[in-house]
Design a protein around this ligand. Structure first.
Ligand code: NDP
Length: 444
C-alpha cells in the first residue's frame, strides 16, 4: 500500500466520526501524491505525514454563561493548535451550532497550508464553539465571549497562538474577547486579529478576505486569457466574505447577481446593491427577505438555488460543502468558466473533480481566501511595530500577496506536470514549505 493510503487509513481509524476532517486530509494528501512519491523514503522514515495530520494539541472546554432570563447555558469551546513549524498558530474562531471537533480539525488542517501559501510566518490553528450568536442580545454575546476567553486565554498569546474571526465571530465578538483577555492576563498585546481600529486593528482587515478573493480570481482569469470586466458572477453567502467579494467584483467591472443566507437566496439581475446588503446584514443583522423587500429588481427564494443561475464566475462564500455535484453540473451547463472558493471547503470533492474535468478554472479556498489571514498577519506586524499603516498600504500589500499566491501555486502545479490543477498546486506549494521546516526542526 502506498504511504499516502496508509496514512489516510490511519487518520480515519484514529479520528472516527470526523467526516469533514477525513475529507480535508484526503483532498490534501491525494493531490500531494507526486511530491510524496518523489520523497517517500525520507518522509516515511520521518513519519512526516503522520505528524502533519496529528494536531500539536487540542483543547475542549466548558463555556458556561447566563442568558437574559437568568438561566445558565452551557456550550463547548475548542481550540486546535495544529502546526507551528513556520510561525505561531493562526486561525479563526467559529461560532455556529454545527461546530464540533471534526470541523475545527478540518479547518485547522487546511489553515496550515493556507498560512504557508501567504508567504508570511504563521502556523495553523482553529477554534470556536457550538454557541449560536443568532437571536442573542448584545449582553448575551458579551457573557458568552467573556466566558469563552476566560478559558481560552490560558492557551494563546501574541507569540504563541493568535485567533481571529470566522463564521459568527466579527468585530463585536473579537472586541469582547480582547477586553476579557486583557483583564485576565493584564497585558496589551496583539493576541487577536480583526480588532477594532481604535485598539490595534488593521485597516482593510474587514474587506481583506473578499477583496483578496477577487485579486486572486482576477489574476487567474488574466493568466488564462479572460478579463473579469463585464462578467456575471454568482456569490453565495451574505456575511463578511460575501459582502466584500461582491463589492470588489463590482469595482472591477463585474456584475454580481446573487447572494444567499442559511434560509434563502436572492437573485438580482440588475446587480446586487452592496450598500443595501450591508445595511441589512451588517447594521440590522436581518434576513435577506429585507433586502428583497427594499429592492424592486430582486427576487427572493427559500432554500438553496444560487448555482442554478447562469453565470461566468461562481464564488461560494458561505460555508463548507455548499456546492454539490449537481450544482457543479448546472454551472458547467450554463457556461461557467471559473469557480473560486471564498469559504473554506465549500465545494465537495466530487463537485471539484467535475469542474476540473470540465475545464472550469478552479481556485481552492486555501489559496483564494487566504487574504483574510494574510491581512491578519499584517495586523500582527503593525501591533509588534506599534504602528498603523494606511488602507492603501495594506490593500496594496494584500494585492501583491494574492497575485504571488496565484503564481506560486501555478508554478508548483507546473513543476509536477499538473498544469492548470490549482488544487494540487496550492497543496504542493503550501506543503513544501511546512515539510521543509518540520524536517529542519527534527523530531518534534
Ligand atoms: P459570516 O458569519 O460573516 O457569514 C457566513 C454566511 O454564510 C452567512 O450569510 C450565513 O447565513 C451563511 N451560512 C453559514 N452557515 C450556513 C449554512 N450551513 N448553510 C447556508 N448558509 C450558511 O462568515 P464569513 O463570511 O466570515 O465566513 C464565510 C466562510 O468564509 C466560512 O467558510 C469561513 O470559514 C470562510 N473564511 C472567512 C474568513 C474571514 O476573514 N471572515 C477568512 C477565510 C475564510 P446566515 O446569516 O443565515 O447564518
Amino acid at each position: 500500500m502506498s504511504y499516502v493510503d496508509e496514512v489516510l487509513e490511519r487518520v480515519i481509524a484514529k479520528n472516527p466520526a470526523e467526516p469533514e476532517f477525513h475529507q480535508a486530509v484526503k483532498e490534501v494528501l491525494n493531490s500531494l501524491r507526486p511530491v510524496i512519491e518523489a520523497n517517500e523514503e525520507v518522509y516515511r522514515k520521518e513519519a512526516l505525514l503522520e505528524r502533519i495530520t496529528e494536531p500539536d494539541r487540542q483543547f475542549k472546554f466548558r463555556v458556561p454563561w447566563v442568558d437574559d432570563k437568568g438561566q445558565v447555558q452551557v456550550n463547548t469551546g475548542y481550540r486546535v493548535q495544529f502546526n507551528n513549524s513556520i510561525g505561531p498558530y493562526k486561525g479563526g474562531l467559529r461560532l455556529h451550532p454545527s461546530v464540533n471537533l471534526g470541523i475545527i480539525k478540518f479547518l485547522g488542517f487546511e489553515q496550515i497550508f493556507k498560512n504557508s501559501l501567504t508567504g508570511l510566518p504563521i502556523g495553523g490553528g482553529k477554534g470556536g464553539s457550538d454557541f449560536d450568536p443568532k437571536g442573542k442580545s448584545d449582553r448575551e454575546i458579551m457573557a458568552f465571549c467573556q466566558s469563552f476567553m476566560t478559558e481560552l486565554c490560558k492557551y494563546i498569546g501574541a507569540d504563541t497562538d493568535v485567533p481571529a474571526g470566522d463564521i459568527g465571530t466579527g468585530a463585536r465578538e473579537i472586541g469582547y474577547m480582547f477586553g476579557q483577555f486583557k483583564r485576565i492576563r493584564g497585558t496589551y498585546e496583539g493576541v487577536l486579529t480583526g480588532k477594532g481600529l481604535s485598539y490595534g486593528g488593521s485597516l482593510a482587515r474587514t474587506e481583506a478576505t473578499g477583496y483578496g478573493l477577487l485579486y486572486l480570481t482576477e489574476e487567474m482569469l488574466k493568466c488564462n486569457g479572460h478579463d473579469i470586466k463585464g462578467k456575471t458572477v454568482c456569490v453565495s453567502g451574505s456575511g463578511n466574505v460575501a459582502i466584500y467579494a461582491t463589492q470588489k467584483a463590482q469595482q472591477l467591472g463585474a456584475k454580481v447577481v446573487t447572494v444567499s443566507d442559511s434560509t434563502g437566496w436572492v437573485y438580482d439581475p440588475e446587480g446586487i446593491d452592496v450598500d443595501l446588503l450591508k445595511e441589512v446584514k451588517e447594521v440590522k443583522r436581518a434576513r435577506l427577505t429585507e433586502y428583497a423587500a427594499a429592492r424592486p429588481s430582486a427576487e427572493y427564494h427559500e432554500g438553496r438555488g444560487v448555482w442554478s443561475i447562469k453565470c461566468d464566475i461562481a464564488l461560494p462564500c458561505a460555508t463548507q460543502n455548499e456546492l454539490l455535484l449537481d450544482d457543479a453540473k448546472a454551472l458547467v451547463a450554463n457556461g461557467c468558466i471559473a469557480v473560486a472558493e471564498g469559504a473554506n471547503m465549500p465545494t465537495t470533492l466530487e463537485a471539484t473533480e467535475y469542474l476540473q474535468q470540465n475545464k472550469v478554472l478552479f481556485a481552492p479556498g486555501k489559496a483564494a481566501n487566504a487574504g483574510g489571514v494574510a491581512t491578519s498577519a499584517l495586523e500582527m506586524s503593525q501591533n509588534s511595530e506599534r504602528l498603523s499603516w494606511t488602507f492603501e498600504e495594506v490593500d496594496s500589500k494584500l494585492q501583491n500577496i494574492m497575485v504571488n499566491i496565484f503564481h506560486n501555486l501555478d508554478d508548483a502545479a507546473k513543476r509536477y506536470g499538473k498544469e492548470g490543477d490549482y488544487v494540487a498546486g496550492a497543496n504542493i506549494a503550501g506543503f513544501e514549505k511546512v515539510a521543509n521546516a518540520m524536517m529542519a526542526q527534527g523530531v518534534c
